[in-house]
Design a protein around this ligand. Structure first.
Ligand SMILES: [Fe+2]
Ligand SMILES: [Fe+2]
Length: 251
């Protein structure tokens, strides 16, 4: 069994172009563009929506791999991951339509493969910690911000569509919280490694220091504390995340 699959072996139509995130940031800087658009213009919202679309695609593929890669995991775990594949496939369809709503199309921007690479952790507990809790926790922050912006610019289609997707993401983070606990029961060392993996992801994905604690109007991406609580994060974990965003301003 080929585990993990190299990111450039993921099946894609020709219209998609893959590129390392670092390279995308370099090219933007060379062209005098900000590496992380502030979503003040519709064009930058479109780019963000495209980034989310490829993230959803890779989330679908990652959960699918997890169904396949761990035949000895509890049956309920496999079922949860299969449900997640179904959810993510709907999210892909929703974001393709949002992209079209914004006048864009799939393949308009390069696809980075950060999510997929995190989805290739060898241990199932590390995968749910890193992807479901780390990256999908980040998705809660990003979606919450997008809902706020859509409301501000008076776009109820984006506002409601993203809100529906956010509701699913909260359940995915919850699944991550549940399975991190279940899979590492009686094995504190395994639990520690999985949590450390999640924390490296939390630290790396602060989006250039844009993700902070605070009101939407005051910080570029506000940490969605309410959504995170609903998703099973403890107050202590939220406090720790806020601390990491304060000390790692670089991507
Ligand atoms: Fe999703
Ligand atoms: Fe998800």
């Amino acid at each position: 069994m080929d585990r993990p699959i190299a990111y450039d072996k993921l099946a894609r139509e020709d219209r998609f172009m893959r590129m390392r995130a670092r390279r995308v940031a370099e090219l933007k800087l060379e062209q005098g563009l900000p590496p992380f658009p502030d979503l003040a213009r519709r064009e930058s919202i479109k780019e963000r929506v495209h980034g989310i679309l490829v993230g959803e695609l890779q989330a679908m593929e990652g959960a699918g791999r997890t169904v396949y890669d761990f035949p000895d995991a509890p049956w309920e775990f496999t079922l949860d991951m299969a449900r997640q594949v179904w959810d993510e496939s709907r999210h892909v369809e929703i974001y393709i339509q949002l992209l079209e709503h914004l006048g864009g199309y799939a393949g308009e921007f390069p696809e980075t493969t950060i999510l997929w690479r995190c989805a290739c952790a060898e241990d199932a507990a590390a995968r749910v910690a890193g992807v479901n809790r780390g990256l999908e926790g980040l998705a809660c922050d990003v979606f919450n911000q997008l809902i706020h912006i859509a409301r501000k610019i008076g776009d109820p289609i984006i506002e409601h569509a993203v809100d529906f997707v956010l509701a699913d993401e909260i359940t995915h983070v919850r699944m991550g919280s549940k399975w991190l606990n279940e899979l590492t029961k009686g094995d504190p060392e395994r639990r520690k490694r999985a949590i450390e993996f999640q924390e490296t992801i939390d630290e790396r994905f602060n989006l250039g220091g844009l993700r902070r604690e605070g009101d939407h109007e005051e910080v570029p991406i506000s940490i969605a504390t309410e959504a995170r609580r609903l998703a099973g994060f403890t107050d202590e974990e939220i406090a720790r995340l806020i601390k990491t965003t304060q000390r790692s301003p670089v991507y």
